[in-house]
Design a protein around this ligand. Structure first.
Ligand code: T1G
Length: 699
């Protein structure tokens, strides 16, 4: 029974039960409407709407999008609730989100348990609140607070929601009793219906300016995204038009969003993130090991960031650095980072210090004897890592998980340095590790199934996006990045200036262009790594000669004020430097490259399709479980625009046949076998199959 209606004394109680999150499927919407009608006809004095299970309604059923909307629509259900002749009270627990929160807004009163949250996260799905949220919320809390809530999509805790006026009462005690008591109070107090549609927006003289400011701000902060701008348009309509007109405008905007490629992409990522947690071919009896204390080796930027990621999730950390100075520097950097989050208002001072207190410094390996998991984040050298793992093998307790944060080294080789390869796994974090959500969980040949189960669950627990990867050079992300970065170098030596290359990629939606990224990381990192390689190992000299020339000129990137670009010493603002063009021209001449003009379409295809082609190879080798996993890696680890769904989703949207043809054209143009379409891509195109078809064949 999705929706139950019962009488309890003078109250009519509507209970929704649609696990796992009480999503507003067609059946639920129909059931609510039926129950509301029934309640109008009986002698109940008030109606209470609540949910069974772990949460109040968490939104519309996202899996229904893209299909024809079946009536009753949620706006129709909400209209019936709001029109009720007797007060309707929503009783919230868990997270009332999206359409779930909009359902409560059509009620006349809202109460919640202290641990509850409310929110309108539609924007994270490329949507907007499509069941009255853009019209009702401004009437409750004003234009600016409403825009903050709807364009961020962030959850609001119950007490703050009450303070804002989004809910009326934070309950003491549990549901349903506390909610029924609150409803009885409403009846006893003679509180009649109170419809938000009849309220006036608490107008602020600066509202028009707020709308303009928001449009400007969003054009930068959410560049390229359609839904945020449409939310501003809906709020502007709420400000200037009658309620029903605003509701109709909102609905039209919402329907357009549901049909947009951006929303399809973001919904794809929503489900991909949940799918990624499901690892195929594991022993079904494998269960997660208890992780209550973590050891991290290396107090550098990465080790400190990883320590913060665990402390932020309430997990105590022992941060090991062999020399005291290094440890002190690492702890000071952590303190500075927490101080910055307090300054930005992201954390209270007390919360920041309680998290920081969870991180204990040590210079003694013996202090790792009792931890449940150790993550090494030491220098990227196989010899150094093997040394560390031999030492861990000696000091760590039986059953402790030994993880390497290596970016691309062979985890099998590292595991072989211990007597317990079954406890060794790769946990590849991305810098800054306390911010970047991606976590590549690298499954080595002997990694035990329960270690993988533990790592995936732990990744979610520390609010990362865990993605399983097999062992190969660079796993998923860095392996694809290598091809992408190579194309940046080739486009440059062939005649495209750094700002043209970066501009083409940022116009596509990448957070940063490849050359600006190189300057940020430091050109000397690649330069030093190449010193240890033979010419053959280095590969095509055209793919690194410019970078090496710049390094030898002392232009290491941002840290020296010049790399591919010049940087203002104060602001670090980036500017084009004609001197670099001369370096490029000389290197082109030296390597016999005849320069030419490249258009942005070619630059973009060579970068993005390099990712796609390598992604298909990664799939067919079984390094990634599914295309959505690859998309998550590139969106959450490398700044691929989320509203394009990731490289593999982008390829599907563009058409695998079109992608295949472009790759073949690039192979003809460059003579590089690398550009030949990956066999799996060719096979799907020849068979007229999609990536979804391939996924279904893998089940
Ligand atoms: N629709 C369908 N399935 C959903 C769902 C939803 N809204 N939310 C979650 N699921 C599934 C999810 O796929 C997973 O399935 C299971 O529930 C547990 O989810 C008209 C148009 C509520 C905070 O954006 O944020 O309303 O993998 O693993 O970590 O204006 O789910 O087990 O098969 O995430 O405890 C707006 C989305 C929709 C909220 C719980 N609402 N959900 O987190 O569990 S648009 C949202 C969440 C809308 C209206 C508009 C989280 C959660 P499976 P989970 P969790």
């Amino acid at each position: 029974m999705l929706v139950k209606y019962e009488r309890i004394d003078e109250l009519g109680v509507i209970t929704i039960s649609n696990p796992p999150v009480n999503a507003l499927s067609h059946g639920v919407r129909s059931g609510i409407l039926e129950a509301v009608k029934q309640a109008q006809a009986d002698d109940s004095k008030a109606i209470v709407i609540l949910c069974e299970g772990r949460t109040f309604v968490a939104g519309a059923d996202i899996s229904e999008f893209g299909k024809p909307i079946q009536e009753p629509s949620l706006p129709q259900v909400n209209a019936a609730i709001e029109a009720s002749v007797k007060p309707v009270i929503a009783a919230i627990h868990g997270t009332a989100l999206g359409g779930g929160f909009e359902l409560t807004l059509s009620c006349h009163y809202r109460c919640a348990v202290p641990s509850a949250f409310v929110g309108l996260p539609e924007v994270t799905l490329g949507l907007l609140p499509g069941a009255g949220g853009t019209q009702r919320v401004p009437r409750l809390i004003g234009v600016k607070a409403a825009l903050d809530m709807m364009t961020s999509g962030e959850k609001v805790p119950a007490d703050r929601a009450r303070d804002l006026g989004l809910i009326d009462r934070v309950l003491e005690g549990d549901l349903p009793e506390a909610a029924l008591d609150y409803a009885r109070d409403c009846v006893a107090g003679g509180l009649g219906v109170r419809r938000i549609r009849d309220m006036q927006i608490p107008v602020d003289s600066g509202d028009e300016q707020t709308l303009d400011a928001y449009r400007k701000q969003l054009s930068k902060r959410k560049r390229g995204q359609e839904a945020p701008q449409r939310i501003v348009d809906c709020v502007e309509t709420a400000l200037n038009k009658p309620f029903d007109e605003g509701l109709a405008f909102e609905r039209a905007q919402f329907v357009e969003c549901t049909q947009s490629g951006q929303s399809a992409a973001l919904r794809h990522l929503f489900f991909a993130e949940r799918q990624a947690l499901k690892v195929r071919n594991l022993n079904p009896d494998a269960s997660a090991r208890e992780i209550s204390r973590v050891g991290i080796i290396g107090a550098g930027t990465m080790g400190g960031g990883i320590a913060m990621a665990f402390a932020n999730a309430g997990i105590p950390v022992t941060l090991l650095e062999l020399n005291q100075d290094g440890l002190d520097r690492g702890l000071a950097l952590i303190a500075k980072n927490y101080g910055r989050t307090v300054t930005r208002g992201k954390l209270s001072a007390s919360e920041a210090s309680s998290r920081q207190a969870l991180i204990t410094g040590s210079t003694n390996y013996e202090d790792l004897g009792a931890v449940d998991l150790v993550i090494e984040a030491v220098f990227e050298s196989m010899d150094v890592k093997k040394q560390v793992f031999r030492r861990l093998d000696e000091v760590c307790r039986t059953g402790a998980i030994l993880a390497t944060n290596t970016s691309y080294l062979d985890v099998n080789e590292i595991a072989a340095a211990t007597s317990r390869p079954e406890d060794v796994v790769g946990l590849h974090f991305f810098s800054p590790a306390n911010i970047m959500r991606l976590l590549e969980v690298v499954q080595a040949e002997h990694t035990a199934d329960d270690v993988i189960v533990t790592a995936m669950a732990l990744g979610k627990r520390i609010r990362k996006v865990p993605v399983l990867a097999g062992v190969c050079y660079g796993f998923i992300g860095n392996r694809m990045l290598r091809q992408y970065a190579k194309e940046a170098q080739l486009c440059m030596i062939e005649g495209a200036a750094p700002d043209q290359i970066d501009g083409a990629l940022t116009d596509f939606g990448m957070a940063m262009g490849p050359l600006a990224v190189g300057d940020l990381a430091g050109l000397d990192i690649g330069y030093k790594a190449r010193q240890a390689l033979t010419d053959e190992q280095k590969g095509d000299p055209r793919t690194y000669c410019i970078a090496d020339a710049l390094v030898e000129m002392g232009r290491l990137g941002q840290k020296t004020g010049a790399g591919y670009y010049r940087y203002d010493p104060e602001t670090r603002a980036r500017s084009f430097d004609p001197e670099v063009l001369e370096v490029i021209r000389c290197e082109a001449e030296r390597h016999g490259v005849v320069q030419r003009t490249l258009n942005n379409e070619e630059i973009l295809d060579r970068h993005i399709l390099a990712l796609v082609n390598e992604g298909f190879r990664i799939l067919e080798e079984g390094i990634a479980q599914r295309p959505g996993d690859i998309d998550l890696v590139y969106v959450h680890g490398y700044g691929f625009p989320s509203y394009r769904g990731g490289p593999m989703f982008y390829a599907s949207q563009r058409g695998l046949d079109v992608v295949c043809q472009r790759l073949e054209a690039l192979a003809d143009q460059s003579g590089e076998r690398y550009w030949e379409p990956a066999p799996l891509l060719k096979q799907l195109v020849d068979q007229g199959q999609s990536l979804d078809d391939w996924m279904n064949s893998q089940r």
